[in-house]
Design a protein around this ligand. Structure first.
Ligand code: FCA
Length: 329
């Protein structure tokens, strides 16, 4: 009897020791996920899927919004003082590249980027930092092609149509996306001269609205407008500006990039708007997969792939629900 109890206690002690050991070591893994625009649905989705990875693997996720360079550097120090071992970042300014790399190194933190790739002083990508982004040119071409197809369907004359390029050229992925759209449009016969460049000061709806408003006012002769930009917010701003000038759904074709809540809200309206479609990209891959990559790096010394470029798929109000489901969203 005594013997049995002793054995039982021994087994219990061993079990406790084992469980403390496994959860203890995982508990110590702490990963930061720093984003430039925490209010944007895309970034909220990335965080959501990063949380899913944290739950699954049992690490701690620290979500930080850092809309400017000062806040990025503070965030990195903050992560170090919390004993994090690494972080994933979508920086507010890719030119901060060398400072972010230096800071991460000084603080002993592993670094991976998502969405926006860091550049060096000469504007070249920092290839030593593992990165997951979208295949920007290709996705931009999908946007341009979708617009060209819809114009054709509606029988619009290209000479009567203006194209708003909501531009944020200081960010390479943004320039590649909008240049891709221009290439596909012009390849489909759209006149280059009708493409109006409308630079936005920040990549949100309000700034896109202001940019589009000026561009439409300065070009009063077009009967119809099409619009594209780096994300859904850019195109939503253009659609709202066009509405304000009397261009409703029948005279506007806007195609965004993202396909997150900003686009879905638009598709859910009872009447179609000028926001015709969006190229859906995967916040699950960008949030969940990057977090798993970082976890594996910290826990098992397995470095993430140097560069991963994800794809997209066109959604409109007709197929958004199905395509999202197929993508596991
Ligand atoms: C950039 C844009 C975001 C999103 C992401 C994939 O960071 O600013 O809106 O499109 O790329």
């Amino acid at each position: 009897m005594k013997m049995k109890i002793a054995l039982g206690l021994k087994a219990l002690a061993l079990a406790l020791a084992l469980s403390a050991c496994s959860s203890g070591s995982n508990d110590q893994v702490k990963i930061g996920f720093v984003v430039k625009q925490p209010e944007e649905p895309w970034f909220q989705d990335e965080w959501k899927y990063a949380e899913q990875a944290a739950k699954e693997k049992g690490f701690t996720l620290v979500k930080i919004g850092a809309p400017d360079g000062g806040q990025v550097l503070t965030a990195i120090d903050n992560l170090k003082s919390q004993h994090a071992q690494g972080f994933i970042i979508c920086t507010p300014d890719v030119k901060l590249g060398p400072s972010i790399v230096a800071k991460a190194k000084a603080d002993g933190l592993k670094l991976m980027t998502v969405d926006d790739r860091l550049v060096d002083g000469a504007g070249q990508p920092l290839a030593s930092v593992p990165h997951m982004g979208i295949s920007a040119t290709k996705i931009g071409e999908q946007v341009g092609q979708a617009i060209a197809d819809e114009m054709k369907k509606r029988g619009w004359k290209p000479e009567d149509t203006g194209a708003l390029r909501i531009a944020y050229d200081q960010l390479p992925t943004a320039k590649e996306r909008t240049d891709g759209a221009v290439d596909a449009l012009t390849a489909a016969g759209f006149p280059k001269a009708n493409i109006v460049n409308a630079p936005e000061a920040k990549t949100d709806t309000e700034n896109a609205f202001n940019a589009a408003n000026i561009a439409i006012t300065q070009n009063p002769t077009y009967k119809h407008w099409v619009a594209f930009g780096l994300n859904d917010e850019a195109v939503l701003g253009a659609v709202r500006a066009a509405e304000g000038r009397g261009f409703r759904a029948s005279d506007m074709i806007g195609v965004g990039i993202g396909g997150s809540q900003s686009a879905l809200n638009e598709f859910a309206k009872p009447e179609a708007t000028g926001f015709f479609g969006s190229v859906l990209i995967s916040p699950k891959r960008h949030g969940y997969e990057t977090s798993i990559n970082m976890y594996e790096w910290i826990k098992n010394g397995k470095a993430p792939p140097a560069l991963t470029l994800t794809t997209g798929q066109l959604i409109t109000r007709d197929n958004a629900a199905q395509v999202r489901k197929d993508m596991g969203l």
